[in-house]
Design a protein around this ligand. Structure first.
Ligand code: S3P
Length: 450
């Protein structure tokens, strides 16, 4: 569980150049899916490079509660002994997914077509987030749902005893919704079809194919049409989780902003459905190169090299790129604050329903540090103050959101005065080694409120 402990205030201040090699942890999206699909296969799935952040540990605990064997052998090395599609047992306790929207939504999908009952809850952030986007399509399979008003957790799902396959057009760009429907479709007879107008991260599709499911994706006038044949026997896999491009964003962006920096971030997954931030940074004039491009486990991978970039300019971020960088807008807004000119970010309504309302959280904190931010329901714009030009000196609130906390700590590394974060505890959900990794590069982050 996360967000239940005492607040962990942190302060970050300018320390000059960041230099060295930043080995960021495993990809959070792929780590959740490795555990869940491993639990739905028959036999032992071996995982290396698993992210051991709190979100993923909560999913591991949930898979045990549904009857799978989950064992850790060493750092990042895990085995999952799966019970097969439709083999989940009824948990005898409430499933607490902590801070993780991905965890709870994917697990709901995975159990929705088995004749068992499960109750889900989370921390204050997760219990405020919309779940109807997942439970509405799950109800089409025959799943019964009872929860709080507004489709919020805690919530109890009764899985469909005789599920029917579903054809569903995802109404918001969301890989979690798409994935929940596909995982539910695994135990429905016949073909489940999911249609998405905008391409979102495709790890579930790629991994389902790897586990031996019959799944095909076709581009049509409606968008991406994904067809899954239900009730396969999934074959256990050996999964080497690539490093997380969303975590890599923090050392990369901090290096672009701190004078004299030169940082190498090796082995980053650059799946096109995830790499939008890096294209955007290059469009802004960042000195960011992809070295040693290769393919690992069916995913494009590169070593990212980021150097201090005093000549970045604000741009209009293409809205069609939003899904491929949705988790990176908070740190992009920090980079934009140090560029010349205005950066406009449109088509980002989804940012309002993440671990926090990320537009509101970033706009408030940036303003507290002297940056001009304008915002509307589905857009926001940051007026850059040039390299080294951000005053800083402000207190910011993380709102139980790891990416907000890390973004403001990066702001403090390049601002004129130190930047304080009220609670950096949530960073442990996705990037537990953030503090030591950044300190190793030369950053100055202190556990204090001054
Ligand atoms: C994720 C999908 C995205 C993303 C989240 C991880 C996933 O959420 O923000 O961090 O692993 O499927 P949405 O599906 O809500 O866009």
């Amino acid at each position: 569980m996360s967000g239940h402990g005492d607040p962990v205030p942190m302060t970050s201040r300018r320390a000059g150049a960041l230099r060295g090699i930043a080995e960021v942890p495993g990809d959070k999206s792929i780590s959740h899916r490795a555990l869940i699909l491993g639990a739905m296969a028959v036999g032992e799935t071996r995982i290396t490079g698993l992210l051991e952040g709190q979100d993923v540990l909560d999913t591991a605990r949930a898979m045990r509660a549904f009857g799978a064997g989950v064992e850790q052998h060493g750092p990042g090395e895990w085995s999952v002994f799966g019970v097969g599609v439709g083999g989940f047992a009824e948990p005898d306790q409430v499933i607490d997914c902590g801070n993780s929207g991905t965890g709870v939504r994917l697990i709901m999908g995975a159990m929705a077509t088995s004749p068992i009952v499960a109750t889900f809850t989370g921390d204050a952030s997760l219990n405020g987030r919309p779940m109807a986007r997942v439970t509405d399509p799950l109800a089409l399979f025959g799943t019964q749902v009872m929860g709080r008003s507004g489709g919020r957790l805690p919530m109890t799902l009764t899985g469909a005893a005789e599920p029917v396959p579903v054809r569903y057009t995802v109404p918001v760009p969301s890989a979690q919704v798409k994935s929940a429907v596909l995982l539910a479709g695994l135990n429905a007879p016949g073909q489940t079809v999911v249609i998405e107008a905008e391409a979102t991260r495709d790890h579930t599709e790629r991994m389902l194919a790897g586990f031996g499911a019959d799944i095909a994706t076709e581009m049509t006038g409606e968008g991406r049409v994904i067809t899954l044949t239900g009730q396969p026997e999934l074959r256990p896999q050996a999964i080497d989780v690539p490093r997380d491009p969303s975590s890599a964003a923090f050392p990369v962006c901090a290096a672009l902003l701190c004078e004299g920096s030169d940082v190498l971030v090796p082995g980053i997954g650059l799946n096109p459905t995830r790499a939008g931030l890096y294209e955007t940074l290059r469009d802004m004039g960042a000195d960011l190169t992809y070295e040693n491009m290769r393919e690992e486990g069916g995913e494009p991978v590169a070593d990212l090299r980021a150097r201090y970039s005093p000549d970045m300019t604000g741009i209009e971020v293409p809205p069609e790129r939003a899904a491929s960088m949705i988790d990176e807008y908070p740190i992009l807004s920090v980079v934009a604050a140090f560029a010349e000119g205005r950066t406009m970010m449109r088509g980002v309504r989804e940012l309002r329903v993440k671990e926090s309302d990320r537009i509101a959280a970033m706009a408030t904190g940036l303003r507290a540090n002297g940056v001009t931010v304008e915002d509307g329901p589905d857009w926001w714009a940051v007026t850059g103050m040039g390299p080294g030009g951000v005053p800083g000196g402000g207190m910011t609130a993380s709102h139980l959101d790891h990416r907000i906390a890390m973004s403001f700590l990066c702001l403090g590394m390049a601002a004129k005065k130190a930047v304080r974060v009220d609670d950096a505890g949530p960073i442990a959900t996705s990037f537990p080694i953030f503090e030591t990794l950044m300190a190793g590069l030369g950053a100055r982050i202190e556990r204090s409120n001054r």
